[in-house]
Design a protein. Sequence first.
Length: 388
Amino acid sequence: LPSSPLRYIKQRGVLPGDHPSSITMGSCLSTADKKGKRSTSGTRLRRAMEEEEVLKNGGLLVNKVLLLGAGESGKSTVVRQMKIIYNSGFSLEELSEYRPTILANLITSMQVVLNGAGALQIHLEHPQNTHHAQVVLATVDPVDENGDLLPDLRLSLDELWKDSGVRESFKKAHEYELNDSAPYYFSQMQRILRPDYRPNMEDVLRARVRTTGISDTEFMSRGVRFKIIDVGGQRSERRKWIQCFEDVKTVMFVCAMSGYDMHLYEDETQNRLKESLDLFKAISNNRFFLDASMVLFLNKMDLFKHKIMNTQNQLKRYFPDYDGPVFNVDEAAKFVQAEFQKRKAFPSQVVHLHYTMATDTAKMKVVLDNVLQSIVQDNLQAMSSNLL
């Protein structure tokens, strides 16, 4: 296989970015369609498939939404929010299942901070904490067979977090790459380290789980059924995407705005935001999505704002074409939005764009309600066109 999964998929004809003449414009119709040459047989087939789908789902047409994006974009958090908002959230048993993951996230975060301290030549305040640092850094599996944190780790984490050297390293996390959930879990450490700890909804939303394979979530909203297909965003997972491409009514693409100064987990030479831009271009130029609505979530806006306003990691350092002012969130966000606009199939291609903070349930409910309503409207319009 080629070294780049994107290149592999293009070679297999899945993401034909080199053939813009076959891509949708504005109203999500191909060039031939805009000239009124829609195939009658194709229309009948599409209508028959829709009718069959309705019959399979008790008379309800399922709005199939494909959730795409590079790794660490926040796709899984969006899915969890949908479960909370539209599917009554998580049961106590489901919340408890995240306990080992959250404990592992906490350990991993402390390992990154300790390694960051070493790289920045920050010394621990108390020499005796060197032992605790060694315990944490040597840990591979932090939980026992019951999902409980190993006893030595509980003490080591507690002592290290009290150390001013660790705190100094944490404050300079923008100089290395610390995962997004770390600040939250550190702030909740005393509660999380309790032997009787049980995760709550907020803990689960922040849990960092690398998505592999394909999963789907179904729910009802205002009498309409939606099926969300979530697939892994890492490069090694993208070859599986083609399994989900057929009969997609909406593509929801998630990009982490805050990744402009970070590298891919699987490729330390590639900028995360640049990877998202390349991937979005390939998706928006995809022949499988001629009749699909495109939704773009520019996610982690809160983290993006913090970096632009409070660090020296300014956008121009990573994107030399940016000529706007430094420490200016609005101008930096406009630049990123414009970069995505440039990568559409055609300037007139419709993309519904939203700035999001996927961990904020109240704000995500407003965004998702609007998005789902627009999906229904777009699908109704497309079905009406098929009947013509």
